[in-house]
Write a protein that binds this ligand. Sequence first.
Ligand code: SF4
Ligand code: SF4
Length: 138
Amino acid sequence: MTVENLWDRLADMTASSGMKCGRSAECHAECCRPSFTGGEPGVTPAEIELINSFLATHKGFRFYEAGEEACKFLGKNGKCRIYTVRPIDCRVHFCKEDSMESQINSEVSNLVEDYHARHKALFMATELIDSCRFSGED
Ligand code: SF4
Ligand code: SF4
């Protein structure tokens, strides 16, 4: 299974299980602000490649548009600017009623864990978004 196939399966599974982002007027995309959550999403080598391919078609991409305190891919409008190629970590985090507590879905977790295990060589060296330098970034 490619990482894109995994994204499709995760999208189907999260949709059919009713997992969804509880974004409301009160939410300011806190999940994309490590300074707020104290953590940041991981990104794997396969995902780094896909993000770099996306960035190659977006010359002049402005990193940290929402400021240094936010994920480097967050836009000023609170939306992910690499949404189509965002990492798995971002795809499986959905707040529970805006509490920032992630909804748990064991089927989804098992699928991700299984994928990681079967792509050990390529996929286990997970880096964090902030510490990784992407194509076009100084
Ligand atoms: S996952 Fe949570 S913090 Fe992130 S946009 Fe949705 S409601 Fe807001
Ligand atoms: S990659 Fe996108 S969805 Fe993930 S934390 Fe950054 S801005 Fe948010």
